[in-house]
Design a protein around this ligand. Structure first.
Ligand SMILES: Cc1cc2nc3c(=O)[nH]c(=O)nc-3n(C[C@H](O)[C@H](O)[C@H](O)COP(=O)(O)OP(=O)(O)OC[C@H]3O[C@@H](n4cnc5c(N)ncnc54)[C@H](O)[C@@H]3O)c2cc1C
Ligand code: FES
Length: 281
């Protein structure tokens, strides 16, 4: 029997989006402001990612860098890493890209409500963290004290420099920022050193604090060790993990961490769910 044309399930069907604006964040990273061509909101929560597709180049998972509280458009911070992200960096306002998603488990907002938050990110990890920071900015009554800790390789490598300055100036946030190496021209006057050095001076109440950690793989163990020294338990530490992904929807098995699928069971995990799994951190 012919049931007519065979449509792929919506999980595999990209929808058309228009790039509204492109901004340079650093020489290797750009911020894309994007809108669905049908005008519908993306419908994401902080911590989720989308699969970006470009005809002829394939797909790549990219975290949503903006909060759903700023709806209508969404933003992606993209590092030029290879073929698809390289092609994306050549796009301009008005160009079309395909998007599937949003996918993945977001931050557990109900468990964060009323808690003091320690938002710790390194390098490109500030892109997914920005979605949560913007959410906290827009819903200030839902959270306790919010501390933002961010480390980058150098002053020039810092993402969202204007927003970092605004968060530093805001009474809503306590910001501690650092870079591994200062600029040679000497214009930078902030902290220089590893991000782990920013954690010991922080005064926190372990039973009222949730720490969220997003960064390069090398950062997790050292940051988690410092958090544990401060008495923050594994049930109060959240991590967002990156794995090589293909389908993004739990079908291909490329992203597994033992029995877990990073694309569906994550990318956001409570530390006590994954810390004993081989290769998780
Ligand atoms: C859940 C998730 C969220 C992500 N969010 C962002 C984001 O917000 N911004 C951003 O710039 N990047 C993000 N990435 C990484 C991004 O998906 C890869 O950089 C991208 O797939 C590279 O595609 P490409 O075709 O340009 O590179 P390719 O030509 O495929 O590969 C270039 C290099 O990148 C490496 N690579 C490919 N995929 C990954 C991956 N998943 N993780 C690490 N290295 C990879 C390859 O091994 C190779 O060395 C995220 C990845 C995941 C899994
Ligand atoms: S990316 Fe295919 S199963 Fe996770």
């Amino acid at each position: 029997m012919n049931d007519g044309p065979c449509h792929p399930p919506p999980l595999y069907l990209p929808f058309e989006c228009e790039i509204i604006a492109v901004h340079d964040l650093t020489p290797g990273e750009k911020l894309f402001r994007i809108m669905r061509r049908d005008g519908a909101p993306l419908g994401h929560l902080p911590g989720q990612f989308v699969q970006v597709s470009l005809l002829g180049w394939g797909e790549a998972p990219i975290s949503v860098a903006s909060s759903p509280t700023r709806d209508g458009v969404f933003e992606l911070g993209v590092r030029r890493a290879g073929s698809l992200t390289g092609a994306m960096h050549r796009l301009q306002a008005g160009d079309t890209i395909g998007i599937r998603g949003p996918f993945g488990r977001p931050f557990d907002l109900p468990r964060l409500f009323g808690q003091d938050l320690l938002l710790i990110s390194g390098g490109c990890g500030l892109a997914p963290m920005r979605s949560l920071i913007q959410y906290c900015e827009d819903r200030p009554s839902e959270f306790g004290q919010i501390s933002i800790i961010y480390g980058a390789k150098s002053p020039a490598d810092r993402l969202f420099k204007d927003e970092l300055a605004a968060w530093e100036a805001s009474a809503r946030f306590a910001c501690s920022l650092t870079v591994d190496n200062s600029d040679e021209d000497g214009c930078y006057s902030g902290n220089v050193g590893l991000i782990t050095a920013l954690i010991p001076p922080i005064i926190l109440v372990p039973d009222k604090t949730v720490a969220v950690v997003i960064g390069p793989p090398a950062m997790y163990r050292a940051v988690i060790a410092e958090l544990k020294k401060k008495g923050v338990g594994s049930d109060r530490i959240v991590v967002s993990l990156e794995r090589q992904m293909r389908c993004g929807v739990g079908k291909c098995g490329h992203c597994t961490i033992e029995h877990l699928y990073c694309c569906q069971d994550g990318p956001v995990f409570w530390l006590d769910e994954i810390e004993n799994l081989r290769g998780a951190l």
